[in-house]
Design a protein around this ligand. Structure first.
Ligand SMILES: Nc1ncnc2c1ncn2[C@@H]1O[C@H](COP(=O)(O)OP(=O)(O)OP(=O)(O)O)[C@@H](O)[C@H]1O
Length: 346
């Protein structure tokens, strides 16, 4: 649906050109929810504005829905833009118009007749769950409701792609979740391709199928969300993954155990996909003659399946511990040895 090939974008500045994007290759498939994550200044807004054709690339090729941007006439470009809706961090609503008026606006611009407009606005209000608030003004709405108006407005002309620029960054965690659920629902119902620009890994974890990590104008890592969460390669990706998996209390529990049980073996189990559903501790208790203490555990759900970790302190004789670890690995669960008191690796 969207392809970027060797895209570069520079902005002129007093101290020479600023290279915001330096050679981006990206392919986003139809119906996918694709997350692009990066810190401030990484080039996320530039990238999304290129897809929306609000910016022109300095070089490279951009293809959306089979059409190459550089070969389009102005009229064709105007038409092609209708296939792309966009929502923003600060909603960008018209404050003097009601909910209905805001959603109707792009339909008016597109020359849709009044009766048809009215029908479409009602459909959209239902789709985003704003029934009863049709005549409210933006100032009378909560942040989540404002973003629902933004989503309805973006979908008014039946776009094929929805671009979300930090769409939940101004919302509290509960409202963020409800907006993400709505986007997921719309993706499933309408088969809409969604591109999410964000600095929050929670957003990626909850609804994206794929993720690309953007760092100073380059994509440094890309893949299926579950794979990237399980096996982040670059330091920056590991930092983002830690936003989800890191628990300070867990580190403290492990440190305490290291001090109080220097002779115990501490291992971290890494679950992925179906292995996350296995009653592995129960199986260990039944099959192996080792003592087990659970130090921490967490499980995360992504659109590609679940993944999780479980940190255990195991005591017993070396042979039994080795056998327990072999058993865990045979079940398709990864094992990382944190404290090797039994000298398993020697
Ligand atoms: N119109 C512009 N003129 C000059 N430099 C720009 C312009 N827009 C962006 N830049 C520069 O390009 C780089 C990437 O900016 P961009 O806004 O795309 O990053 P970002 O990841 O979206 O960050 P943020 O979340 O802070 O907006 C930055 O160094 C920025 O200063």
């Amino acid at each position: 649906m969207i392809q970027l090939k060797s895209i570069k974008k520079s902005y002129p500045s007093k101290n020479g050109a600023v290279e915001a994007l330096s050679g981006i290759d990206l392919s986003i498939r139809q119906g996918e929810i694709f997350g692009i994550i990066g810190y401030s200044g990484a080039g996320k807004s530039t990238l999304i504005r290129l897809i929306n054709r609000l910016e022109q690339p300095t070089s490279g090729r951009l293809i959306v829905d089979g059409k190459e941007i550089s070969s389009l006439s102005k009229k064709e470009l105007r038409e092609a833009r209708k296939d792309i809706g966009m929502i923003f961090q600060h909603f960008n609503l018209l404050w003097s118009r009601t909910v209905k008026g805001n959603i109707s606006f792009p339909l008016e611009v597109a020359g849709v007749k009044k009766a048809e407009r009215k029908k479409r606005v009602q459909e959209l209000i239902k789709l985003v769950g704003l029934e009863g608030r049709e005549n409210a003004y933006p100032s009378q709405l909560s942040g989540g409701q404002k973003q629902r108006v933004g989503i309805a407005r973006a979908l008014a002309n039946n776009p094929k792609v929805l671009l979300c620029d930090e769409a939940t960054s101004a919302l509290d965690p509960k409202t963020t979740n409800s907006i993400l659920d709505l986007l997921l629902n719309i993706n499933k119902k309408l088969g809409l391709t969604i591109v999410m620009i964000t600095h929050e890994m929670h957003v990626v974890k909850k609804i994206c199928h794929k993720v690309a990590v953007l760092d100073t104008g380059k994509i440094v890592e890309e893949g299926n969300v579950l794979d990237v969460f399980q096996n982040p390669k670059m330091a920056i990706t590991k930092e983002f993954v830690k936003q989800i998996t890191h628990q300070e209390e867990a580190d403290e529990a492990v440190d305490l155990m290291k001090q109080t049980h220097p002779s115990g073996t501490i291992i971290k189990l890494l679950f992925k996909g179906d292995s996350a559903k296995r009653p592995i501790i129960n199986e260990l208790f039944q099959r192996q003659r080792v003592e087990i203490n659970i130090l921490e555990g967490n499980i995360s759900q992504t659109q590609n399946g679940a993944f999780g970790t479980l940190t255990l302190l195991i005591d017993g004789n070396i042979r039994e511990i080795k056998s327990a670890i072999d058993y865990i690995e045979q079940q398709g669960v990864g094992v990382e040895v944190i404290q090797d008191a039994a000298q398993l690796i020697s």
